[in-house]
Design a protein around this ligand. Structure first.
Ligand code: ATP
Ligand code: MG
Length: 503
């Protein structure tokens, strides 16, 4: 399969199911390039890229390797984004030096990875991921669907370009010589704002199904048009995503969600009809009848945070994405007569158990999610418990989460305002807020309140005014064995943690 792909790419192929879609494509595959892709070089100024757009660390990495006699280029997103006028997220370097040779060239460099070694070159706080040119192997080991299991063979720079995913991701910039190298028409595609898979798209997706997600992510992030031949096979091949090891899928999904364009990605997936199967989590979240607004608000907030250069906590993010499921099950259990807290615990467990195998969400993130969700009933309630809730290590995240629910129309605006005033207020303000709601002071009494039909604490219809208005299931007596406090006592002296959306 890969032999066929390479043959096709080099112009020697016979059957080609993918029509040539542009001059750039014809150039790399047609008779004009029988001996392989043709190199075009550009001076930086021709394309509007300057060496000072490259981080000092990446520049130094290239310079030092070149002085040691090796080739070294900035490649991938760092070049693509600089050419487009964005500030790149990071810079990767590609070189013909072996990992050992790279390591020997720097004072602070570490080889990582066993199967496929790359080198982390460190300058101050910046780390430059430096990889040796690699080739697609004609006889690479694949699974039964064509997914490449090993691709750790070193190659020439030209081969390294061919094994990359999109033409715009296969541009090499030498910041020392101020020169861009392009074998595959990436510059033309960049100018035409086209995302084009290198080689035969279906084959490339089979080799690595994660590339389908990358297509969507880059199209949304760059606001590029996807070449029709690149887009076409995704619908049929989307199921192959299931064969990707879940940890890898999780990483790629996180990249999508933290791209600063998560909402656009999700909309794009939907518009293309690709949300089924391609991203297991999306199946879950987009199929929920009233979850959409919440997801839109949550992803919109996350995007705004990323674009403002703030950090995003994966635990918070996944807590938002799975919230509607948790909330629905929580409400259903409460409606069936279960007490609020145990009902929430059960709902959380069932959702997390279900997702664990699909998504491989790391344990530490799961712990965060539980705490953020677990804080919600207490925050909905406000009152005297507010002071105690504020001492919780995850209070800030729980409070931000509550604000999202308010913004999504799931909880009354007054509740959000009450909390914000409470959080920002001094001791006197807080006392006044507590006094203003005499009902709140009774939160620890073991009284039973009558259930009011049709009201829900979390889901739609919870729009009551007071902080505890939505919480209308009977309280669990504190000695009830069903009581499991979702909130373990926090480490003493811990302050509320910030850094979660939407601060
Ligand atoms: P970002 O701005 O999101 O980091 P990027 O293009 O740098 O974008 P990375 O995931 O950091 O994306 O990958 C770096 C480069 O490695 C890509 O530009 C591409 O050339 C190559 N690459 C990454 N993943 C794949 C893949 N699955 N298949 C082929 N090439 C890939
Ligand atoms: Mg990158």
């Amino acid at each position: 399969m890969i032999v066929a792909f390479i043959r096709k790419l080099f112009g020697g192929g016979t059957a080609d199911p993918v029509p040539a879609a542009s001059p750039a494509r014809q150039r790399t595959r047609g008779p004009a390039a029988p001996a392989g892709p043709k190199l075009r070089t550009y001076k930086g100024a021709e394309l509007g890229i300057r060496p000072d757009q490259i981080s000092q660390a990446a520049f130094r990495t290239c310079e030092i390797l070149q002085r040691a006699g090796y080739k070294a280029f900035v490649v991938g997103g760092g070049v693509r984004d600089s050419l487009l006028g964005f500030v790149p997220k990071d810079f990767d370097v590609a070189t013909d030096a072996t990992p050992e040779q790279v390591q020997a060239s720097f004072r602070r460099a570490r080889i990582i990875g066993r199967r496929f070694k790359i080198v982390h070159v460190m300058f101050g706080r910046e780390t430059i991921e430096t990889s040796t040119f690699r080739a697609l192997q004609a006889d690479a080991e694949t699974d039964e669907h064509g997914r490449v299991l090993r691709d750790n063979v070193f190659g020439t720079q030209q081969e390294d370009a061919l094994r990359r995913d999109f033409t715009v991701n296969a541009l090499y910039y030498d910041p020392v010589a101020d020169q861009v190298l392009d074998w595959l028409g990436g510059v033309e595609d960049l100018k035409a704002r086209t995302l084009r898979m290198i080689g035969d798209p279906a084959t490339r997706y089979r080799e690595d199904p994660v590339r389908m997600l990358r297509t969507v992510r880059f199209a949304a992030k760059l606001d590029f048009h996807v070449d029709p031949a690149t887009l076409a096979p995704i619908r049929d091949l989307a199921d192959l995503i299931e064969n990707v090891p879940s940890a890898r899928l999780f990483d790629e999904m996180l990249k999508l969600l933290e791209s600063g364009h998560a909402l656009a990605c999700v909309r794009r997936l939907r518009a293309e009809g690709l949300h089924h199967g391609l991203l297991p989590l999306l199946d879950v979240i987009l199929e929920q009848p009233h979850g959409e607004r919440f997801i839109e608000v949550a992803l919109g907030n996350t995007d705004a945070r990323v674009r403002a250069g703030k950090s995003v906590s994966p635990g918070f993010l996944f807590a938002t994405l799975l919230w509607q499921l948790v909330s629905d099950r929580w409400q259903a259990r409460k409606a069936a007569g279960e007490h609020s807290i145990p009902a929430l615990m059960e709902a959380m467990d069932s959702v997390l158990d279900e997702q664990a195998s699909k998504l491989a969400i790391q344990r530490r993130f799961i712990a965060d999610m539980r705490e953020i969700w677990g804080l919600q009933p207490r925050l909905e309630k406000g009152g005297r418990g507010a002071l105690r809730a504020m001492e919780h290590l995850r209070f800030r995240a729980g409070y931000d989460f509550l604000l999202l629910r308010v913004e999504a129309g799931e909880l009354p605006e007054e509740l959000g305002r009450w909390w914000t005033e409470f959080v920002e207020g001094d001791a006197a303000t807080r006392e006044r807020l507590l006094e203003a709601r005499p009902g709140e002071a009774r939160t620890s009494t073991k009284r039973r309140r009558r259930r009011r039909s049709g009201r829900r604490a979390g889901g739609e219809g919870a729009a009551e005014g007071a902080p505890d208005a939505g919480n209308d299931t009977p309280e669990v007596p504190e000695d009830d064995p069903r009581w499991r406090d979702p909130l373990p006592p926090h480490a003493s002296g811990g302050s509320p943690r910030s850094g979660e959306p939407p601060a």
